[in-house]
Unconditional design. Structure first.
Length: 171
């Protein structure tokens, strides 16, 4: 979304995951459109809520306006792939400390802590979020290639395992 927004000379803003967080930031920034990675579209010109029909209407309007097929339109956007993973932890592991250790390990990169730890690389990113209901860390990695996204996620999982083993040895 950042690439598409900035290519159109717009301003991109990221919020914590969750519709309420997206809407709050959209109102603060007077955003013209917003959404979440699950495909939820929020179009304030209609209302501040996820609305699949609004997303479909915007898409169909765009197709009609530019006279392109869906595949032709799709070909004008960059390809990105997301790898979704999780690592299960034992209840005695302090997840917040693990995330702080990963943040510190990657401090030379741009790190966003609005919602967990998001580390941005050149063309890729990885987002780590702890679950509020179970002892796991969700790991989302995005890249222009599926293989790179998978490899990035595997690297971060290995880093997390290393942090956990170091903390267990020190305890």
């Amino acid at each position: 979304m950042r690439d598409v927004t900035e290519k159109a000379k717009g301003s991109y803003f990221a919020s914590a995951v969750g519709e309420v967080n997206v809407v709050e930031l959209m109102k603060e920034k007077n955003a013209v459109i917003g959404g979440e990675g699950n495909g939820g579209v929020i179009y304030p010109e209609i209302h501040y809520g996820r609305d699949a029909l609004a997303g479909i209407a915007l898409f169909l309007t765009h197709l009609a306006k530019y006279g392109k097929s869906a595949s032709m339109l799709r070909s004008t956007y960059p390809d990105y792939f997301i790898s979704k993973n999780k690592i299960e932890l034992t209840p005695d592991i302090n997840v917040d400390n693990v995330l702080l250790s990963i943040k510190d390990k990657y401090k030379k990169h741009k790190v966003n802590t609005i919602d967990g730890v998001k580390i941005e690389f050149d063309k890729e990113w990885v987002h780590l979020r702890k679950s509020n209901t179970e002892p796991i860390i969700r790991i989302y990695a995005e890249s222009e290639s599926h293989t790179t996204a998978e490899n990035l996620a595997e690297k971060i999982i290995a880093d997390i395992k290393e942090v956990i083993s170091e903390k267990m040895v020190k305890a």
